[in-house]
Design a binder for this molecule. Sequence first.
Ligand code: PLP
Length: 230
Amino acid sequence: MTNVQQNLEQIQQRMQSACERANRKLKDVTLIAVTKEVSATRANEVIENGILHLGENRPEGLQKKLDAISNDVQWHYIGTLQTRKVKSVINHINFLHSLDRISLADEIEKRATSTKDCFVQVNVSQEESKHGLAFDEVEAFIEQLKNYERIRIIGLMTMAPNTEDETIIHDVFRRLKQLQSKIASKQIANAPCTELSMGMSGDYEIAIEEGATFIRIGTALVGKEREGIV
Ligand SMILES: *Cc1c(COP(=O)(O)O)cnc(C)c1O
């Protein structure tokens, strides 16, 4: 039996400790509850506990939660977004974490009714199973988006490689932080690039130590429920 409140307390304690180790403030790290594998009922439990940032990775899952959740929630889309699905998703979300190609940017520019806060997804670890731009492609990609009025690049997003080796995970997150700082220093009008979306259930403390400002936590917070999968 998953106890969301208990899980949350433990996560917040660990977030606090990680912040202390890195000399950072807890308020500078936003916890996104990833509800993709649980029901709307459990998502509502998260909201009752004061977490108002929710993440989904499929249009169907997002719609299901939108229908069942009335609170003032900030919605994060954290999965690969197919171009043909942009129309049904983009105006329901506040943040897109998976911008990774020009064709997607073009479709957002066409369909979004207001400027959308986006993270560019970067495949730092070069794992074939993972989406995202190669590290070396990111700067040119963001330059290319300069004149897109409906896109604001607020930061970079990555997923850590599947490894137990914490040194490698630290290294991946540190490299993303360096790239984010470099892009921020260019002061591109629609790319402030001040944020870092990195860290999941297994590695969020490392991510915070390396500068994450948004962490995306699913299983450690809400567990997994079969009926939640759509
Ligand atoms: C599922 C998912 C998460 C959450 O993963 P957990 O390990 O369950 O915390 C975070 N980010 C992305 C992109 C995901 O797809």
